[in-house]
Design a protein around this ligand. Sequence first.
Ligand code: AMP
Length: 745
Amino acid sequence: MCVQCRLRGAAGCLSCELGFYKSAPGDQLCARCPPHSHSAAPAAQACHCDLSYYRAALDPPSSACTRPPSAPVNLISSVNGTSVTLEWAPPLDPGGRSDVTYNAVCRRCPWALSRCEACGSGTRFVPQQTSLVQASLLVANLLAHMNYSFWIEAVNGVSDLSPEPRRAAVVNITTNQAAPSQVVVIRQERAGQTSVSLLWQEPEQPNGIILEYEIKYYEKDKEMQSYSTLKAVTTRATVSGLKPGTRYVFQVRARTSAGCGRFSQAMEVETGKPRPRYDTRTIVWICLTLITGLVVLLLLLICKKRHCGYSKAFQDSDEEKMHYQNGQAPPPVFLPLHHPPGKLPEPQFYAEPHTYEEPGRAGRSFTREIEASRIHIEKIIGSGESGEVCYGRLQVPGQRDVPVAIKALKAGYTERQRRDFLSEASIMGQFDHPNIIRLEGVVTRGRLAMIVTEYMENGSLDAFLRTHDGQFTIMQLVGMLRGVGAGMRYLSDLGYVHRDLAARNVLVDSNLVCKVSDFGLSRVLEDDPDAAYTTTGGKIPIRWTAPEAIAFRTFSSASDVWSFGVVMWEVLAYGERPYWNMTNRDVISSVEEGYRLPAPMGCPRALHQLMLDCWHKDRAQRPRFSQIVSVLDALIRSPESLRATATVSRCPPPAFARSCFDLRGGSGGGGGLTVGDWLDSIRMGRYRDHFAAGGYSSLGMVLRMNAQDVRALGITLMGHQKKILGSIQTMRAQLTSTQGPRRHL
Ligand code: AMP
């Protein structure tokens, strides 16, 4: 029988030609071979796939042949401690199929990227490692300070049929710091009547150099009343001063520069019972002590009756009340290492240097004196009102030099300025958190006054974002904010109110880890170029400060939360100036009337909502830092929640629309505005002549200036350079906002 007929007629049937096929006998016409397939001979029953094209088992013969997809594109990583979020875009060529999924391959590279090994079973992939439908993945439980290489393969229904290697996008990352793992093995070495010796093993994953161990101990069932801590640098310690015959609970944890690990399981030890043996000498001594005590008590009672006493305690509490009545911040309570964790009304766990009677003592308690000869200054990296900031290296005996930033107090300072300057170190020295700038020490010998901190390669967050406008993924920006939030949560837990939280006071390291910096009250009041005098006295950075703190100077963690909302806005707007070029007075009145900064370009709705929550008029309604961190963590865990963007506006409230430069008019930009007008509007009018001498006669020319051009005009003050560049950036942004939206990677 002639089955593969093109036509059946009198002449019998003609077989299907090359390029055509008929899969079953019948009267139907021959069909053309589907795309990427061919028939090898006439009268074909099926068409075979072209070279490198395949048909999956369930594909019908009528379907086109397909091939494996190309590699995914735009693979972006965002490292957060020991987790990384990977995001990518689908392959440009899906191979002609719609069943593309992704597999992740994780490789750990302890020595070099050329020598990697499989990541091992401890690594967690969320939602899973293979057959991913969505183009994103969270990889957690990675080792700290480790190089990793991630391969994201795109596969489809015919990938298994192809002998060719799978196409993948690759990204290499280095994880950041993580706290050490828990101390798991802890043993009692010896227990006396008043002391207990303990021994433990280093945690399995120190994740860095262990700086010290903390031993927490308390009488059994009395943890809520009081506990004590002891520090040790080795893995053994003797706790003394204990009560005889008492059951104590001990726990140990390790600390590295990344923070503290979890406490070990509790271990109970009972101290030895006292032996009730008294010799005659002891009995006589006890009796004498009792009699003396009674006599003293009697004398005191007589004295009190005659009102001849002077009670220091009463005087102190009166003074405290006066502080409150003056509307000043209540004096912080200094709690030494042995403090009860119980319910103090307003617990503040950091010591305010200004409350020390002898101010130098605060410095000595919390800072380490560094020999000036151990510091090698290499270059100047910034300058503030109090002096210059330099980059240098700190020699550490037996170790590699540590890169550091050195802040030096400028010459000609008064004793008070020196004390205020060093107070920043006394505050910083009490903090220990991966998102708080770490103090290395101070140089105070002779006339020198320097603060030495860890070096942050990317400098301050505002300038960093401005120079990398539009270059980060939303996830990376949220990661940065999460860091700032975690640092602030730590500070607020300690009872420390920052008062000047702003992107300019956050520093960024080479891994994009953000750390809160700039501590010390005097600096907030005097040094910050963004601070302005208020009617209540004192200088306040208006744009970043909560209304109640501006009006009544009621600074609190809740007012820091307001500032955090402004930092969120700065980050999402890549360092744009909050409230643009509105005057401080306009900012105060518009905020008072309920105006809030609109969402920056491309800002996810969820983030703008969080900002608005931080800017709640009633400070009690604002979220706490712990809640902010939880919200940011939740957003990081579910990237799809960041997809919906808020409605965008770049201009101030309508009443101040005049100050939103109309850059559309005129070819040079800037409408009718002159360079002088512009400088006046940002309170930099003093540089009119500099601009004129540099030949910058129109705003259009100004718009093309970069940092070098501004410095070339002889504007040396860093704060002023920043202000001018920030404003130029804003004007450019306004211009682009009329031309198209910002593109986040
Ligand atoms: P400050 O006087 O603390 O505001 O510092 C002035 C400038 O110096 C900052 O804006 C930074 O650019 C730079 N800076 C300060 N501290 C550091 C640091 N630890 N690492 C790197 N740069 C720093």
